[in-house]
Write a protein that binds this ligand. Structure first.
Ligand code: LLP
Length: 415
């Protein structure tokens, strides 16, 4: 069994008991199923053609062991910072499988991308293009790039994760892209080989992805009439998963529809999925420290907080919560809260659970944007990450220590 499953009243990830993991590694801890990450990736990869690329969105889960696993399966990578690019290189990725998106690339980040000879820099503004031109001319190197187009299509998900509207900071309009393509034609060292977009995340309506695809292919055909240089279309990531009861399409269905739509066109396809590869493959284990019953609410105060998993506080995201072992105690409705000194530090509301102080709970579907967004707020140590594959268990990031945390500071400071 790949992913979370229940046997004899006990929750497992693959064939590994979550209670056992909590005992071995302590809580809070992130645990990922390598086999489910692999299944999710192959849904994409197996439905695509030989020159198409699946570029995993590193921001969703940037653990080097996860990147190595995906690299071994033939994944490319979508990075949004120089340090994410460096992570991929450490993981052994071929730079020719890396795309670099992001509205604020610094000179150093662009230099790194140019020197690493990556597949494509996805340019997000005219100023960025001018910066790239200057850098390649100074360095006497060539670069391949794509223009990120903003198709003005809503992802129809949470406003914080909708990125393809004209009011958003991402990409440029088709008109600006046309102007940029003309400018690039004048520059020998910059090749425009692609058009990209990413309209947002947790998309459940497939037509939105197809609409943005049409937008890009139309523009690519127009650009190619003049200069004939667009080779690939990058439709970004964004495919939603089922956290609660959302309809989530599987990757194979959407890829089949996308490829069918471009079958008569001569473009390679690039996709940048994050959530739909690692999201459902991760759980966060946490222990109930206290049960606090008040007139209004039963609180289960647990040892994971908004610093470990910010999605519920930041996006009002709903994550399933289960006890890792069935207990013979009365079922009650709880609000699951963390120890952080903020009222927003609430992980889940109104959950019927059979738990007591000392119980271990699993917060589901946190393999994407879970640990990747964790912080040290309240001087809390970020949790370890563990990878299971069947019954094989590996620690892929150890828990931080207090000494490490303060080592960046001037501890001998004198006034
Ligand atoms: N490509 C680009 C250019 C992106 O900005 C993103 C995500 C992706 C690909 C991957 O999207 P995915 O397949 O994972 O939906 N922290 C938020 C999600 C932010 C997404 C940012 N961009 C959350 O926890 O829901």
């Amino acid at each position: 069994m790949h992913g979370v499953n229940k046997k004899n009243g006990e929750l497992y990830l693959d064939d590994t008991s979550l209670s056992d993991l909590a005992i071995s590694f302590g809580t809070p801890s992130y645990v990922y199923s390598a086999s489910l990450i692999k299944d999710n990736f192959l849904e994409y990869k197996d439905s695509m053609r030989i020159n198409d690329k699946v570029c995993f969105a590193v921001k969703s889960n940037s653990n080097i062991a996860v990147l190595k696993l995906l690299n071994s399966l033939g994944s490319g990578f979508d990075v949004v910072s120089g340090n994410e690019l460096k992570r991929c290189l450490v993981a052994g990725a071929d730079p020719k499988n890396i795309v670099f998106s992001g509205v604020g690339k610094t000179k150093e980040e662009i230099k790194l991308a140019v020197e690493s000879d990556i597949f494509s820099i996805n340019i997000e503004s005219e100023s960025e293009l001018e910066r790239i031109i200057k850098i390649v001319e100074e360095a006497g190197r060539k670069v391949n790039c794509a223009i990120r187009v903003n198709p003005d299509i809503s992802a129809e998900s949470h406003p914080y994760i909708t990125t393809g509207l004209k009011t958003s900071k991402f990409g440029v309009t088709s008109q600006v892209a046309l102007t940029m393509s003309k400018r690039i034609q004048e520059i020998e060292n910059v090749n425009l080989i692609g058009l990209a977009c990413h309209i947002g995340s947790q998309i459940t309506k497939l037509e939105l992805i197809l609409d943005s695809l049409d937008h890009l292919t139309e523009l690519a055909n127009e650009i190619n009439k003049e200069s004939n240089n667009i080779e690939f279309i990058d439709i970004g990531g964004g495919l939603g998963i089922t956290y609660r009861d959302e309809d989530s399409a599987n990757a194979k269905d959407i890829m089949t529809k996308v490829l069918d739509r471009i079958k008569d066109l001569n473009f390679d396809l690039v996709v940048e999925p994050g959530r739909s590869i690692t999201g459902n493959a991760g759980v966060l284990l946490s222990q109930v420290e206290y049960i606090k019953e008040t007139e209004a609410t039963n609180f289960a105060i647990v040892d994971a907080g908004m610093n470990d998993l910010i999605r519920p506080s930041l996006y009002s995201a709903w994550h399933k919560v289960s006890a890792v072992r069935d207990l013979e105690v009365l079922e009650k409705k709880y609000e699951i809260v963390g120890p952080v000194c903020e009222s927003a530090d609430s992980l889940a509301k109104d959950r019927a659970l059979k738990i007591e102080e000392g119980s271990v709970i699993a917060i589901h579907d946190v393999g994407a944007y879970g640990n990747a967004m964790a912080s040290n707020y309240n001087t809390r140590l970020r949790p370890p990450e563990i990878m299971v594959d069947g019954s094989d268990v590996q620690i892929i990031k150890r828990r931080e220590t207090f000494e490490e945390l303060i080592s960046f500071e001037d501890i001998d400071h004198e006034n």
